[in-house]
Design a protein around this ligand. Structure first.
Ligand SMILES: *Cc1c(COP(=O)(O)O)cnc(C)c1O
Length: 383
């Protein structure tokens, strides 16, 4: 038994990945070369989306997706608060207002009934988060919205490679954003992508990530000369480099294996913890297959003893984490006027949740150590 702490998530990098990066470093182009397009084609194939644009982070992907929808001051975006702050921050970047709708108490996924109640004449989009890797119920969200024909964005930072009803993440929402941060399903160091079937949104995405500069001759209204390119909208430098894209393609080739390993670890945890007193297993949704970015246990006692549970697991060398403080409870959001208590299911979920280690490079011995530790601590606290 090792005393090294086991993190809740980490990258899996092998010699293939390193070789792909080194080969790119020796090539002519370090950015915006053939490897970006290659990575985008790979992502299009995994997600089933017609168009994919690689960008510099998952946060940039959200900002870019919201910009492609034309979100701006006065617009409202409905989203769950049980997410990383970036989901909401990207709306603030554009002057739009996040409106938080509550989550399903079992899965932590956006509750379609709460979405319907949150829609106003100012709502311009709905964003769902595939919390922990489980796809949100996009069909139910769409039908709950009924007459409001609003675009739905999937923040799929946790769910690349997951499915619902046989359809891959990337085909479930109108726009899908991905993150390739090292703890996510695959990594490029920092990186992200936007996927969509909509050619118009894709054109805006491609402009937004590269200063709004257009080079395509067919879209230039006048002929200044063969050098001519022009800025037609305000964009950012949100490009992903060729170096990062080479790593991305190498990682993407292993996504199936990574998810199979995550699923096998989750199955062992389910079996080990299913009958432990005091704990609830991660919520499921019929027909949906999680990518298992996170394995989130919840304590059931009242008041929740999550803090004691967390501290004892951490003291035993497990790199446990909590996902997430509801976004509106961050001080910055409180200053904007958001009040605690507005999404009781998300707050209750937050009080009880604890993420334990799950990542493809975990050895069987690490999984055993997590199981033994969780069982022992649960026995002390809840036995
Ligand atoms: C990681 C994450 C992001 C942001 O991705 P970065 O690549 O770190 O910018 C956005 N939303 C969710 C739900 C995430 O987990």
């Amino acid at each position: 038994m090792s005393d090294q702490p086991i993190p809740y998530g980490r990258q899996s990098i092998d010699d293939d990945d390193i070789a792909a990066v080194v080969e790119t470093l020796r090539s002519d182009l370090l950015t915006t070369g053939p490897r970006v397009a290659g990575f985008e084609a790979g992502l299009a194939s995994v997600t089933g989306a017609r168009f994919v644009a690689a960008v510099s982070s998952g946060t940039a992907a959200l900002h870019t997706a919201y910009a492609a929808l034309g979100l701006g001051p006065g617009d409202e975006v409905v989203m769950p608060p049980l997410t990383f702050a970036a989901t909401a921050n990207a709306a603030l970047y554009l002057g739009a207002r996040p409106v938080f709708a509550d989550v399903d108490p079992e899965t932590g996924l956006l509750d379609p009934v709460a979405v319907a109640a949150a829609i106003t004449p100012r709502t311009r989009a709905v964003v769902a988060v595939d919390y922990a890797g489980l796809p949100a119920d996009y069909a139910a969200i769409r039908s709950a919205m009924a007459r409001a024909e609003l675009p739905i964005v999937a923040d799929a930072a946790h769910s690349l490679g997951a499915h619902d009803g046989g359809q891959p993440v990337g085909r479930l929402a109108d726009l899908t954003t991905l993150s390739f941060h090292p703890v996510k399903l695959i990594t490029t160091g920092e990186g992200g992508a936007v996927a969509t079937d909509n050619a118009d949104w894709y054109r805006r995405v491609a402009g937004f990530r590269a200063h709004g500069i257009v080079r395509d001759q067919t879209r230039l209204p006048r002929d200044e000369g063969p050098w001519h390119q022009e800025m037609q909208s305000l964009g950012y430098n949100y490009r992903l480099s060729d170096v990062a894209s080479a790593l991305g393609s190498s990682q993407l080739a292993k996504l199936g294996r990574f998810i199979a390993r995550r699923r096998a670890i989750a199955a062992r945890y389910d079996q080990a913890f299913g009958r432990l007193p005091g704990l609830r297993l991660p919520g499921r949704r019929t027909g949906a297959e999680s990518a298992w970015h996170l394995y989130v246990l919840r304590v059931v006692d009242d008041p929740p003893s999550r803090r004691a549970f967390f501290e004892r697991l951490a003291a035993a060398g497990l790199g446990v984490q909590v996902h997430y403080l509801p976004v509106y409870r961050h001080p910055y959001y409180a200053e904007l006027g958001y009040r605690p208590g507005q999404c009781p299911a998300a707050e209750d979920f937050y009080q009880r949740a604890l993420s334990i280690p799950i990542f493809p490079a975990m050895a069987d011995g690490d999984v055993d150590r997590v199981i033994e530790t969780v069982c022992r601590v649960a026995g002390v606290l809840f036995g």
